[in-house]
Ligand binder design. Structure first.
Ligand SMILES: [Zn+2]
Ligand SMILES: [Zn+2]
Length: 374
C-alpha cells in the first residue's frame, strides 16, 4: 500500500460545520438528517507500518449499528473525516518483520478493536477488549497521532494481536459480520455460561440478536427470543429459537417469571417505555441481565428500583466486544457446526444504502459489502 489509500468518507465536507453546531447545541435535531450516509471516496494516511503489523487487502466488510451511531454522532463528536466499518475480512498483503502468526495470502479478519497497551492486567488476562488504552478500529487515534480509519476501504494495517485467522470452511461474506456482531454476543454467552440446561433470553433480534440465537443454540442452551416485530417470527424459529415472545403483548413477561439464567439485550434504543423491571423479573435466582447494545448518549437505561434487583438476586451488567481468544473459539464453533449468519450483500460503493436501511431497521439480518472501490 502506498502512503495514501482510497476509501469511503463518511461526511460530505459541507456537513462539517453543521455537525459541529450539533455538538454545541446537542438538543437540536439534525438540520439535514439525510446527509449522514452521503459517502464519497477519499484518500487518507494509513497507520504507520510497524514490525508487528499486518497489511490487509480488504474484500468484505459488515455493516454495524456502531457505524450509524458514529456517523450520526449519537455517541458523541466524531473525528472527521471518518471511514467507518469494523467487520473486516481480507487477504494479508504484507507482514512486518516481527509478525509470527500470519503470512502473505492468509485470509483474515479484524473487528471493532485494532490496538491496546498489551501490558496491563486486562491485556495479560485475555481481556484486551477491556484495556483502558484500547484503540477502536475507527474514530480513534494512535499514540503517534495517526487517525485510525475503518473497513469501508481498500486496505488496513493492524497489529497482529487484533487480526483473526479465518478457517477455510467459513466463507468471507459469512465471516465478516462475525468480527463484531458475532463476537459481541458470543463473549457474554460464553462468559455467563450459556450451555446445556441453561435458559437464555435474547432481546432484540437484529444483526447481533440473530447471532445470539445461533450461538446459544449451538452451545446447547434453550433459547427465548423477544421481539416486537411479528414479521420476524418465522425467521427467528428457523434460526433455532425454542420460544418466540412478542413483547407487544400485554404482560408478556408473566408466564416467564423466574425462568431465565441469562438475558442478553442487543437493543441499542431504550427509552422509558421499555419495562426493564419486567424483564429482570424473568431472571431465575442470580440470573444475569447483560446489555451489549449501546444506545445514543441521550438514551439512558429505563429507571429501575432496588425492588427489581433484590427479590430474585439478579445481576445487571454489560459486555464489550470480545477478546482474540474468544474470537478464535467462536470461529471454531461456527466452523465445526457449519453455522452461517443471515446476511444481505451489496457492493461497497452502496454502503450508504446499507447504513440507511440499518438505521431504518430494514435489514435481514446483517449487511455485508463487497469490495468494488479498489
Ligand atoms: Zn460493531
Ligand atoms: Zn492493556
Amino acid at each position: 500500500m502506498d502512503d495514501v489509500d482510497h476509501t469511503l468518507q463518511l461526511y460530505n465536507p459541507r456537513q462539517l460545520r453543521v455537525v459541529d453546531d450539533i455538538f454545541l447545541t446537542p438538543l437540536l435535531s439534525l438540520p439535514h438528517p439525510s446527509k449522514w450516509h452521503d459517502l464519497k471516496v477519499i484518500d487518507f494516511t494509513p497507520k504507520t507500518f510497524e514490525p508487528e503489523d499486518i497489511e490487509i487487502s480488504i474484500t468484505h466488510c459488515g455493516v454495524c449499528g456502531s457505524d450509524v451511531h458514529t456517523l450520526t454522532q449519537g455517541w458523541g463528536k466524531s473525528q472527521l473525516p471518518l471511514v467507518v466499518g469494523h467487520e473486516i475480512i481480507g487477504t494479508v498483503s504484507r507482514v512486518g518483520d516481527n509478525v509470527s502468526e500470519f503470512k502473505a495470502g492468509d485470509r483474515v479478519g479484524v473487528g471493532a478493536q485494532r490496538g491496546s497497551c498489551l501490558e496491563c492486567r486486562e491485556c495479560k488476562d485475555d481481556y484486551e477488549n477491556y484495556c483502558t488504552n484500547s484503540i477502536d478500529t475507527y474514530n480513534s487515534q494512535y499514540p503517534d497521532g495517526v487517525v485510525a480509519q475503518g473497513g469501508f476501504s481498500t486496505a488496513i494495517r493492524v497489529h497482529e494481536r487484533f487480526v483473526f485467522p479465518v478457517p477455510e470452511e467459513i466463507e468471507s461474506h459469512h465471516a465478516a459480520s462475525m468480527m463484531c456482531a458475532g463476537l459481541t454476543v458470543f463473549s457474554p454467552l460464553k462468559t455467563h455460561g450459556a450451555g446445556p440446561g441453561k435458559k437464555v433470553g435474547i432481546m432484540g433480534i437484529g444483526g447481533l440478536g440473530h447471532y445470539a440465537i445461533l450461538w446459544a443454540k449451538a452451545m446447547g442452551a434453550e433459547v427465548y427470543a423477544f421481539t416486537h416485530d411479528d414479521s420476524k417470527v418465522d425467521d427467528i424459529k428457523k434460526m433455532g429459537a425454542d420460544h418466540v415472545i412478542n413483547t407487544n403483548k400485554e404482560d408478556f413477561h408473566k408466564d416467564l417469571v423466574r425462568t431465565l439464567d441469562i438475558l442478553l439485550s442487543t437493543r441499542d434504543v431504550f427509552g422509558d417505555s421499555v419495562p426493564l423491571g419486567d424483564y429482570l423479573s424473568m431472571l431465575y435466582v442470580h440470573g444475569r441481565f447483560v446489555t451489549v447494545g449501546i444506545p445514543d448518549a441521550n438514551d439512558a437505561l429505563p429507571p429501575i428500583h432496588a425492588f427489581d434487583l433484590v427479590p430474585n438476586g439478579c445481576l445487571l451488567g454489560g459486555s464489550k466486544i470480545g477478546s482474540k481468544k474468544e474470537c478464535l473459539e467462536m470461529l471454531e464453533l461456527a466452523r465445526s457446526k457449519g453455522i452461517k449468519p443471515w446476511v444481505e450483500e451489496l457492493p461497497m460503493r452502496e454502503v450508504g444504502k446499507a447504513l440507511q436501511n440499518l438505521k431504518d431497521n430494514n435489514v435481514r439480518y446483517r449487511y455485508v459489502v463487497k469490495q468494488d472501490i479498489a
